[in-house]
Write a new protein. Structure first.
Length: 122
């Protein structure tokens, strides 16, 4: 969601890894300043989970119906920096944590026909 906007955001010194709390602070700060998703508001929260041997850091907010909504998912790169993941790289546990977001991300028609696609059969 925000991979290209992460340039210039403070990260770990090359070759060092931060503590869990420091990574969570960075995730939260990045999402509060760089991620804008219509209908998802703060206060944003940051958390982490481990799946299949890998650690993921993520931020989430809530929508108007108070449903948790995923804002961004990160992993720690080889040099200790946070790297935003593309949606297809999100691990399976996020499907259960954020079902509304997965319904949009993995739906052939996420806008329920609001933007019809015309197919030319010539």
């Amino acid at each position: 969601m925000m991979k290209s906007r992460m340039k210039g955001f403070p990260s770990a010194v090359a070759g060092t890894h931060l503590t869990e709390a420091e990574y969570l602070r960075q995730v939260l700060a990045a999402c509060e300043h760089y991620s804008i998703i219509p209908g998802v508001t703060g206060p944003y929260r940051a958390a982490s989970l481990t799946w299949d041997g890998a650690r993921y850091y993520y931020a989430y907010g809530k929508d108007a119906s108070d449903t948790p909504r995923l804002v961004e998912v990160f992993r720690v790169g080889e040099m200790g920096e946070l790297e935003a993941l593309l949606a297809f790289q999100y691990p399976k546990p996020f499907k259960d944590l954020f079902p509304r977001d997965y319904a949009v991300l993995y739906n052939d028609d996420p806008w329920a026909g609001a933007f019809p696609v015309e197919v030319d059969h010539d």
